[in-house]
Design a protein around this ligand. Structure first.
Ligand SMILES: NC(=O)c1ccc[n+]([C@@H]2O[C@H](COP(=O)([O-])OP(=O)(O)OC[C@H]3O[C@@H](n4cnc5c(N)ncnc54)[C@H](O)[C@@H]3O)[C@@H](O)[C@H]2O)c1
Length: 465
């Protein structure tokens, strides 16, 4: 029979546990120290942690890529006070024409247009009447376009994921440091109502010491395979033929990284990754396209369900999953767990020890939590948005508008951005590292410290307003 623990045993256990908890909080990254740190490439410029660029009374923008994402980006930039769109670029004539028409419909002065070649953006970024370039193009164009923009003295705002390879991640960091320009990956999900509330709850210690998070991109995008010549599916489908890993990690990962203050007190140390078989695309192709169709002949190598696990320098864990090729109700998982409780998204539920009404039972009505912890940025921008014409441009439940409003606010007030180039690189790098891990049977891959040590001294992102 197991013996009942004595009071002395109990106290011993408790004090060991408290010491462990204390160690997690206080020790300088014991986990990271244990892992071998690869030699970091030398820095060409100065760190851009906390970069403050000179204030801009008016933020003058150029937009590259006017497809599914670029058009709504343009639509919202046109609504923002202190923001003007000066130039548009798309080498697909009908898409460029859509941008021009949207500006005319909004009654805005016509922007300069660029679209006579795939390299027309290089001329656009040289204009001396733009401050910021919004890049809404296919993934493999993000880095060349952002690098060109920064080298031409512009701030670069890139769609997700910022980069495809590790080399590209470093290119973004090096160029931002060399040019001292902002380079932000526009992870809109960090500005969702729930995500902002959770960020505040984490900062206020509601979940206690953070232990574990989960993010995902489970979104049935099979329909996109029908785009052949133009449109998202025309280039995104190809990625499934070229890579096997988590090819789109940042929607779920970005918010968790912010809850955990990644690059600002903690960092991703290593990642392991495994993929399931790739069955969804061939199955969909077989029943959707005729015999001999390129989508039926293609060989899809990207495992449908990729699961990656990140270990942080301070010992926390993060699960990131990806599947866009099977039936699945939309989910970004959005899990954050600490010593005092846990939140899970899709559907939302929370459990906080001593605060939730019933022990061991989820709370699913979150009204009282929103009331207490709604993020002030969300409240403020919601009021601003309510006064604007309801033009149908405020996408993804309002998070897109909050993000774009905040970008313009930071540029106008000379504030550091909430997501910097180190976040763009670290969050995007999970893609390339997951591919390497999958290729080696799930072997651990070290995540480069893109901050080159600054993460230990950088303050967490506060509750911005
Ligand atoms: N944050 C989000 O919620 C979200 C949602 C959708 C898409 N995205 C991202 O937005 C980006 C664009 O995706 P999309 O769905 O709009 O794709 P899309 O194919 O609809 O649009 C891309 C546009 O880029 C243009 N383009 C391609 N090459 C170009 C070049 N050399 N110069 C100028 N323009 C060029 C295309 O003609 C097209 O109009 C991707 O990175 C995607 O992951 C993000």
């Amino acid at each position: 029979m197991p013996q009942k623990p004595s009071r002395r045993d109990f106290l011993k256990t408790v004090s060991t546990a408290s010491a462990a908890a204390l160690a997690l909080r206080m020790a300088p990254a014991a986990e990271a120290a244990a892992a071998p740190t690869a030699a970091l490439p030398g820095r060409k410029g100065a760190s851009v942690v906390g970069l403050r660029a000179p204030k801009l009374d008016l933020v003058r923008c150029g937009v590259i890529g006017l497809g599914e994402r670029g058009l709504p980006t343009l639509g919202e930039l046109m609504l923002l006070e202190g923001c003007e769109v000066k130039a548009l670029c798309d080498n697909h004539a009908p898409s460029l024409a859509n941008g021009v028409a949207a500006m005319a419909k909004a009654g805005k002065p016509a922007a300069a247009t660029y679209g006579d070649s795939t390299e027309a953006y290089k001329k656009m970024v040289e204009r001396n009447d733009i401050d910021a370039v919004f890049i809404c193009t296919p993934w493999r164009l993000h880095v060349p376009m952002a690098v060109a923009a920064m080298k031409a003295g512009k701030h670069a705002f890139i769609e997700v994921p910022a980069a495809v390879t590790l080399e590209e991640c470093w290119q973004l960091v090096d160029t931002a440091e060399e040019t001292q320009r902002h380079c932000m990956m526009m992870e809109n999900c960090c500005y969702g109502r729930d995500e902002l509330m959770l960020l505040r709850m984490c900062r206020e210690g509601v979940f206690g010491e953070l232990l574990h998070g989960e993010g995902a991109y489970l979104h049935d995008l099979r329909e996109q395979m029908k785009s052949m010549e133009h449109g998202t599916g025309s280039w995104r489908t190809l990625e499934h033929e070229l890579r096997n890993g988590n090819i789109y990690p940042t929607h779920g990962l970005g918010p968790v990284a912010q809850y955990m203050s990644i690059n600002r007190g903690d960092r991703f140390a290593r990642v392991v990754s495994l993929s399931s078989p790739s069955l969804g695309m061939p199955e969909y192709a077989a029943r959707t396209f005729p015999e001999g169709h390129p989508r039926r002949k293609a060989k899809y190598i990207c495992g449908d369900m990729n699961t990656s696990i990140i270990k942080t320098a301070r010992g926390r864990t993060i699960v990131v999953q990806h599947d866009t090729m099977n039936p699945n109700p939309y989910s970004r998982a959005n899990v954050i767990k600490g010593t005092k409780g846990v939140f899970q998204g899709y559907p939302n539920r929370v459990y906080l020890e001593g605060r939730s009404p019933k022990e061991h039972v989820w709370e699913t009505d979150l009204a009282r939590w929103y009331e207490q912890y709604e993020h002030p940025l969300w409240k403020k921008v919601e009021q601003i948005a309510a006064k604007l014409p309801s033009s149908g441009t405020r996408g993804h439940g309002g998070m897109d508008f909050v993000m774009r409003w905040r970008i313009v606010q930071c540029l106008r007030e000379g504030l550091p951005l909430d997501q910097d180039v180190y976040d763009a690189a670290a969050w995007s790098s999970i893609s390339a590292l997951s591919e390497k891990s999958v290729a080696q049977g799930g072997a651990p891959m070290e995540v480069p410290d893109f901050t080159r040590g600054a993460w230990e001294k950088t303050a967490p992102l506060g509750i911005v307003t």
